[in-house]
Design a protein around this ligand. Structure first.
Ligand code: C2E
Ligand code: MG
Ligand code: MG
Ligand code: MG
Length: 290
């Protein structure tokens, strides 16, 4: 009986995997169509300076509205795009869109774009970045590329070369989701990051007394400062976290408490509401975090 059950179980799993593969293939096809038919768009989440409490930039986050399934999270479709080779085209489209949008914002406001390790491994990336900057007519310093530790899984000499080329263009580099996965301090030794983004899993609960995340954030901030890098704490959701993160010394913050990802036009409206530029020049509108 046990044997029969085992076979039944096996058959069940097999069929389940088959359905999974089919719907995944379907999603791949749909994603191809999405790119061609403008179902993708970019949302922008404010990045706020803890010192001035002004918006100094936005992170570009890709969005997909599927005609039948509605909104699908990038956490679901980016890995599929990476597997089926679509990430190159999607990533380039996001990059060009973000550069085009930031061109309409005050001159010192930046945009951050997520770059997949697969894009990072493509020797054509510096050419694509240069072309996107030129196409939008923006200074390289207004673009920040967010890279995860996944890039270090590739052969190190080629990634070192890529870092050098990107820095030579003048774009800024941020290490995203720091502290998750296979963090190694060795990565920070050689890579020319301008900023470390502290993953939201450390922010969550950090304001609760006795929680050890605050100590970890503090250590990361000290490390970053010593290396001359900025820090962004990700995923701040409540007021208590704002106070704590400021005390811990993070230079920048990002999270729902400051604003959810929004359309480009709304991002521009928020910048206008704070009186234009990122730097606190002219009149200053005090922003009450929502
Ligand atoms: P990420 O780059 O770490 O982006 C931050 C994620 O945290 C975003 O999720 C953002 O909406 C979310 N977030 C921000 N503030 C809060 C908060 O206060 N609370 C909570 N719970 N979440 C918050 P999103 O947009 O769903 O993106 C998920 C991931 O998908 C991104 O993580 C990034 O790894 C990837 N991704 C998004 N857009 C792109 C893209 O254009 N290219 C690539 N390669 N990856 C992308
Ligand atoms: Mg990011
Ligand atoms: Mg992140
Ligand atoms: Mg992430």
């Amino acid at each position: 009986a046990a044997k029969a059950d085992g076979r039944g179980l096996h058959r069940f799993y097999h069929q389940d995997m088959l359905i999974g593969a089919q719907s995944r293939k379907q999603l791949e096809d749909d994603l191809r169509t999405a790119l061609a038919q403008n179902q993708l768009h970019v949302a922008y989440q404010p990045v706020v300076s803890t010192k001035t409490t002004r918006i100094v930039g936005f992170e570009a986050l890709v969005r997909w509205t599927h005609p039948e399934r509605g909104a699908i999270s990038p956490a679901e479709f980016i890995p599929i795009a990476e597997d089926c080779g679509l990430i190159e085209s999607i990533g380039e489209w996001v990059l060009r869109t973000a550069c085009h949008d930031v061109a309409h914002w005050p001159g010192d406001v930046r945009v951050a774009v997520n770059v997949s390790p697969i894009q990072f491994a493509n020797p054509a990336l510096p050419t694509i970045v240069t072309s996107a900057l030129a196409g939008a007519g923006i200074a390289a310093g207004r673009l920040e590329l967010e890279i995860t530790e996944g890039v270090f899984l590739n052969e190190s000499s080629s990634s070192e070369q890529m870092f050098r080329k990107l820095k030579a263009i003048g774009v800024r580099l941020a290490l995203d989701d720091f502290g998750t996965g296979y963090s190694s301090l060795g990565y920070l030794k050689n890579a020319p990051f301008d900023k470390i983004k502290i993953d939201q899993s450390f922010v969550r609960g950090a304001a609760v007394p006795g929680n050890r995340n605050a100590a970890i954030i503090k250590a990361i901030v000290m490390l970053a400062e010593t290396l001359g890098m900025e820090t962004t704490a990700e995923g701040l959701e409540v007021q208590d976290e704002i106070e704590l993160i400021r005390e811990l010394g993070c230079s920048h913050v990002q999270g729902y408490v400051y604003g959810k990802p929004m359309p480009a036009a709304e991002a521009l409206a928020q910048l206008e509401a704070q009186g234009g530029a990122a730097s606190a020049s002219g009149f200053k509108v005090s922003r009450s975090p929502r």
